[in-house]
Design a protein around this ligand. Structure first.
Ligand code: ATP
Length: 309
């Protein structure tokens, strides 16, 4: 099967900055794929190369078998990219803007019904005759999503599509992305909102300092972590905790002890019997599976998430 996206040994420098250091990645048709990484990891550079907007220094990238440099027109037809930045031409009305975009791909006439469907699905129907410069930021973002889809690409890349957008647009976007995915479209999502990647993506790559540091399906990535958390509530606030408990204590939160225990070991029974021996009775106990955020932070240690993400 031809990969939706195949990237081999990509390198890219910007002056002294080695932004991509030999990236290899293969995304299969129909996947909902998450590309994560802290600021500056190289995600946008990788996407720009795949979209044919930036030339790599070395290596290759192909979309559905079309090399982005040697077979650029076919590669561009196969992919739609929703960029991070709100870049648009302010002089057109929304529907005309989308028709002109479709014209660049030579599909202006045949795609009129599809453009109307995009306007409806993205909540833009009543803005079709509005001039682009008079739209709110959220509405402009919707138009950029429609723009990426005017030529019905088989691969859609969403580069931080929900950064700074309101809840309504997020929901519209996720419902629409899910529908496109159900219809067979390959979707690549970059996001700083790890809960979004956890909810939407089947497979996830984590980038750090220009390389892919983890690439796995979501379940394996979450299960890979050897630790899990247990929250324990005691009947009374103790003066002193047994040393077995102190050894795995992460924090104390509103009367709960937060403990970090090793998966598959006997940590939990040792903690419980130490509490029992010390005469401390346990009122409640709950376990927390670890989140993608914890895996992410561990894999990109020293390279942090932006504030607020
Ligand atoms: N046009 C450019 N000129 C110079 N340096 C650049 C350029 N584009 C990217 N870089 C540098 O390359 C590195 C990777 O940047 P890139 O934008 O690909 O990261 P990112 O993972 O997309 O980050 P973010 O999450 O902030 O979007 C960074 O050090 C960045 O400063």
């Amino acid at each position: 099967m031809t990969a939706a996206i195949a990237v081999r040994q990509l390198h890219k420098h910007f002056g002294q900055v080695h932004a991509l250091r030999g990236v290899d990645l293969e995304i299969q048709p129909g996947e909902f794929f998450g590309l994560l990484g802290p600021n500056g990891a190289g995600k946008s550079t990788l996407i720009n190369i795949i979209a044919g907007l930036t030339r790599p220094d070395a290596g290759s990238a192909a979309v559905l078998g079309h090399d982005v440099q040697r077979d650029a027109v076919a590669a561009r037809r196969a992919i739609g990219v929703v960029p991070q930045e709100l870049v648009f031409d302010p002089f057109f009305e929304v529907r005309d803007f989308l028709r002109i975009q479709a014209g660049y791909y030579g599909v202006a006439r045949s795609n009129r019904a599809w453009i109307d469907e995009l306007l409806r699905a993205l909540g833009l129907a009543d803005k079709a005759g509005t001039n682009m410069r008079n739209l709110s930021g959220g509405m402009k973002r919707r138009v950029l999503i429609a723009q990426a889809l005017v030529h019905k690409p088989r691969v859609l890349v969403l580069d931080e599509p929900t950064a700074g957008v309101d809840v309504e647009l997020r929901q519209t976007l996720w419902a629409f992305a899910q529908r496109l995915h159900d219809e067979g479209m390959t979707i690549v999502l970059t996001t700083h909102y790890l809960e979004e990647a956890e909810a939407m993506c089947d497979r996830i790559a984590i980038m750090s300092h220009g390389t892919v540091v983890a690439l796995d399906d979501k379940r394996s990535l979450l299960g890979r972590h050897p630790w899990y958390q247990v929250h324990v509530r005691l009947a009374s606030e103790p003066d002193q905790l047994p040393s077995e408990v102190v050894a795995c204590l992460v924090s104390r939160e509103h009367g709960w002890l937060v403990l970090r225990l090793q998966r598959g070991g006997d940590d939990l029974s040792r903690v419980l019997s130490a509490l029992h021996t010390a005469g401390l009775s346990v009122l409640e106990i709950s376990t927390r599976e670890q989140t993608l955020e914890q895996v992410f932070l561990e894999l990109t240690a020293g390279h942090h998430l932006p504030a607020g993400a």
